[in-house]
Design a protein around this ligand. Structure first.
Ligand code: HEC
Ligand code: HEC
Length: 364
């Protein structure tokens, strides 16, 4: 990637999203900021803005549903991979505008434009079509998506959550941005059965956490890699070892750690509170910074509701120990080390390649 991330916008997303003033300034609030979904988060929102956009299914989206969809889209990372990426690099305010492009071992992939723009986005899709893409990896024409789009994870999503996210996506402000299709990726296109729509086991902390972690697709990066470092969709989901090289973020390799409860090679010595804090702040208990792709999810994760965050930590803590020593990251960030600054307007080399690698993307 040649371009630098305009962190100011990300900063907005980090600024806990509820700043309606900021939202108003950015015509289109980033997904991360979209607890207030769109300017005028009622029906008028994007429906009015885009002449006859794909809101046929939801002409007057319920503001509560939109807000819920915005929250979930943030937690589940939609705008990490579907971020607008133009000549000037990523623009997190054009939520879902697509164009992030990353060369990986399995081929060069791009995040499509998922805004309701009719020409270059998915403006002709119904809410149900978007739900099917999210959970089953199919397009309305019946073609399959590469499993880089984490539908094997999203398959577990309830109907209610899928509908909230799909409604939110269908009502995003349109972005006119043509993105070339993905071709010849060495990734599977996995057939999925119809989603089961099992309720979220909210009364069982660990199971609730498992639900969240599945949808937050931690395993896309923390799984033990398969042959030749390729993503492994059936292997050990949290044993670590996947490598990421993201040149424009910095030099060296990022290695996804073992996050099982093994005390020596995993994070068995961390408490639940340590885990929760690390996801919110990208700091380890020893005060060091977690670099790389996770920082782009953090914009959403920093806003996790306590109940969700505690459940996630409880589940991660419960993962059986797997002794698997992975190499240490040798990564040296280009910019000032640390999480993206919150000062608006500051540029930083930290970029959504991280985002990109948010995919099950191993280093080249
Ligand atoms: C890890 C990266 C990643 C994440 C996270 C992700 N996507 Fe995707 N998504 C992709 C890629 C890559 C494709 C294209 C796959 C292909 O070309 O086969 C895609 C395809 C899609 C499509 C079909 C677009 C088209 O024109 O065919 C929709 C709709 C979609 N994603 C919505 C979402 C939503 C909603 C979320 C969050 C719940 C999400 N995605 C999260 C990477 C991601
Ligand atoms: C896009 C890829 C990606 C995703 C998704 C991801 N991680 Fe990470 N994670 C990494 C990488 C890479 C590192 C190492 C960063 C470094 O070396 O500074 C890391 C580091 C960590 C660490 C620090 C562990 C240690 O021993 O230093 C924890 C804890 C962690 N991740 C938990 C999670 C959890 C929980 C999720 C899901 C909610 C998750 N990660 C999702 C890539 C990812």
């Amino acid at each position: 990637m040649k371009t630098r991330l305009v962190i100011g916008i990300l900063a907005t997303t980090l600024a806990v999203g509820c700043s309606t003033k900021k939202d108003a300034e950015n015509k289109a609030p980033p997904v991360a900021g979209s607890n207030t979904p769109t300017p005028g988060s009622n029906a008028a929102g994007s429906g009015a803005a885009g002449s006859g956009s794909a809101v046929a299914e939801a002409p007057k989206p319920d503001p509560a549903l939109m807000a819920r969809g915005g929250y979930l889209a943030k937690m589940y990372g939609c705008n990490v991979c579907h971020v607008y990426f133009g000549e000037k690099g990523p623009d997190f305010s054009k939520v879902g505008g697509g164009g992030l492009e990353l060369a990986e071992k399995f081929g060069t992939w791009r995040g499509p434009n998922i805004t309701p723009h009719k020409g270059s986005g998915i403006g002709n899709w119904k809410v149900e079509d978007i739900m099917a893409a999210i959970r089953e990896g199919v397009r309305p024409d019946g073609s399959k998506l590469y499993a880089l789009m984490p539908y094997p994870n999203y398959h577990r999503m309830t109907d209610d959550e899928a509908r909230a996210i799909a409604t939110f996506v269908a009502n995003l402000p349109e972005v006119d941005h043509a993105v070339a299709p993905n071709k010849d990726l060495k990734l599977p296109q996995i057939p999925m059965p119809k989603p089961e729509n099992k309720p979220i086991p909210v009364d069982d902390k660990v199971k609730h956490g498992e639900y969240m972690v599945t949808l937050m697709h931690c395993n896309n990066c923390h799984a033990k890699p398969g042959k030749d470092g390729m993503p492994d969709f059936v292997g050990k989901p949290f044993s670590g070892g996947m490598e990421f090289e993201i040149a424009f973020l910095g030099e060296g390799k990022l290695v996804a750690p073992n996050i099982t409860s093994d005390a020596e090679t995993g994070i068995g010595k961390w408490t639940e509170a340590d885990i929760a804090k690390s996801l919110k702040t990208m700091m380890r208990p020893d005060g060091t910074i977690i670099h790389g792709p996770m920082q782009f999810y953090q914009a959403g994760w920093a806003q996790l509701e306590d109940k969700d965050l505690e459940a996630i930590a409880a589940f991660i803590k419960s993962i059986p120990a797997d002794k698997n020593k992975v190499a240490k990251s040798t990564f040296k960030p280009k910019g000032p080390p640390g999480p993206p600054p919150t000062g608006a307007g500051s540029a930083s080399p930290a970029g959504p390649a991280g985002a990109g690698s948010g995919s099950a993307a191993p280093a080249k």
